[in-house]
Design a protein around this ligand. Structure first.
Ligand code: MN
Length: 489
């Protein structure tokens, strides 16, 4: 899908045709110039002067699958009662760009004509009131449109809106059920489909095994070549790698046939398979598919969505699990990994991931599964968890700083990422556990906490952010008030 965003400019007839022509000319110029800097095109649609024009453009936007969001701005004053009928029906993400055509006040040239043409300062306030009055989920971005920071923020919002569009049409394939007795990976699939659009359905592991038997040796040869291009083979057991290739090709065939962008499986249900898919799931994640272990379809879906939100549609966002802490006197580190399935998009580019085979005691593996082993890269990142609170969904996001792992851990047979949690390790743990965050997360170097907040706003779900400024006391109060507020909605 070639997504685009619509630029709708507010005005009215009061100013006469000359001003309206100028507004339209400038709006087109701004949309064209901004589009060159933005990740998706911003298409000028209309200088709206009537209730009917606004209602029409909103109707069109709602029905156009390629329209991923609407950006509004009021060059001149646009009485906002004429926006009510349109905005009340808007179903696409909405951003109010509070900008102005000219950057500075022209000292000598400014007169009353100039003021009447360039009055975004009060036009945008009238416009903002109405959206506030309608309690509309929206993003407000202020600043001069040629400022690179403004284009940067608008671009980030656009990518977030792509995350909303992908969410609304997302299909998740489940192989097997949730891991027995686990609570946090459960959830109300009807509620999730209503709120987020996800179609979460199950397919038999037997169907996958049948598909695996149909995979040709030639297609396995081709995928082995791809593996060799990207990874170092550090095992004698080529048959184990070929088996993973067979699994990958079969899973991919089923996902593509059903239009699914994410899948989950469980080590408790591998009947007819020799290995838990390790390398297979890792390479599928590198190709942009979402994945969740132990039947965690929520984290699988979130991984697919956050990958789509990353630059180019396949950013460094991946399924992760908090495993072990390293407490130090001054702070400490978290070690994240999974039993096999860590996406190589997180890998430090300084070293190629290695394909290794090791015994895996958990689950029903007849053979030692092949998997990619690597270190995660250093850099600012976030971890995100979606939990079902019963009656509502809560999205928890924590800021982290990934570091080069401070030890080699030569006997650890899986990919690993090490990070410092905000505000520090112990307070971070207390906040995360207080909020009910899962052990499974999506870790992302590409997507920001602000984007996840905006995504939660677009989807109408609760958002909790654990940042460098968070305290347990403030968080407890926030969660208590959130609980009351969400019961009223
Ligand atoms: Mn797990």
């Amino acid at each position: 899908m070639q997504y685009r965003f619509w630029f709708v400019v507010g005005s009215q007839f009061l100013y006469g045709p000359e001003v309206l022509e100028t507004v339209e000319k400038r709006a087109k110029e701004m949309a064209a110039e901004l589009s060159a800097k933005l990740p998706y095109p911003l298409v000028y649609k209309v200088t709206a002067k009537t209730n009917a024009e606004i209602a029409d453009v909103v109707r069109e936007a709602n029905y156009d699958r390629a329209c991923a969001g609407v950006v509004t701005w009021c060059h001149t004053f646009s009485p906002s009662k004429m926006w009510i009928n349109g905005l009340a029906n808007l179903q696409k993400p909405y951003c109010h760009l509070a900008t102005q055509y000219n950057k500075e006040i022209p000292n000598d040239a400014i007169d009353m004509d100039f003021m009447n043409l360039n009055q975004a300062a009060h036009g945008d306030r009238e416009h903002g009131f109405l959206a506030a009055r309608l309690r509309m989920p929206r993003k407000v971005i202020a600043g001069h449109w040629q400022d690179p920071a403004v284009a940067g923020r608008l671009g980030s919002w656009m990518k977030t809106a792509i995350g909303a569009a992908v969410s609304k049409e997302l299909k998740v394939m489940r192989f097997g059920d949730n891991m027995r007795e686990v609570a946090v990976t459960e959830g109300d699939k009807v509620e999730v489909q209503t709120k987020l659009g996800w179609q979460v359905n199950t397919w038999a592991v037997g169907d996958l095994v049948k598909e695996m038997h149909a995979v040709s040796e030639e297609s396995i040869d081709a995928l082995m070549d791809t593996y060799r291009q990207h990874y170092d083979i550090a095992t004698e057991d080529l048959a184990a790698i070929r088996y993973q290739a067979r699994e990958e090709l079969a899973i991919r065939a089923m996902l593509d046939r059903e239009g699914c962008r994410a899948f989950s499986n469980t080590f408790q249900d591998l009947y007819g398979m020799e290995q838990l898919p390790g390398l297979a799931s890792q390479h599928l994640m590198a190709e942009g598919y979402g994945y969740g272990g132990e039947g965690d379809w929520k984290v699988a879906a979130m991984t697919a969505i956050m990958k789509a939100m990353g630059e180019g549609g396949n950013g460094a966002s991946a399924f992760m699990e908090d495993y072990t802490y390293h407490f130090t006197d001054d702070d400490g580190y978290s070690l994240g990994a999974h039993m096999l399935e860590v996406c190589p998009s997180l890998a430090d580019p300084a070293a190629r991931p290695r394909i290794e085979t090791h015994h895996l005691g958990i689950g029903m593996n007849e053979k030692d599964p092949a998997r990619l082993v690597f270190e995660g890269k250093a850099g600012d990142a976030i971890v995100v968890s979606l939990v079902d609170m019963g009656g509502r969904l809560r999205l928890i996001c924590q800021d982290i700083v990934c570091v080069k792992p401070i030890m080699e851990m030569p006997n650890l047979p899986v990919a690993r990422v090490m990070w410092k949690a905000m505000p520090n390790l112990t307070t971070g743990i207390e906040c995360w556990i207080t909020a009910g965050g899962a052990h499974h997360t999506v870790l992302s170097y590409d997507v920001s906490a602000e984007q996840m907040k905006d995504w939660a706003c677009m989807m109408g779900i609760e958002f909790v952010h654990i940042s460098k400024d968070t305290t347990v006391e403030a968080l407890e109060k926030e969660l208590f008030l959130n609980d009351l507020a969400w019961k009223l909605r």
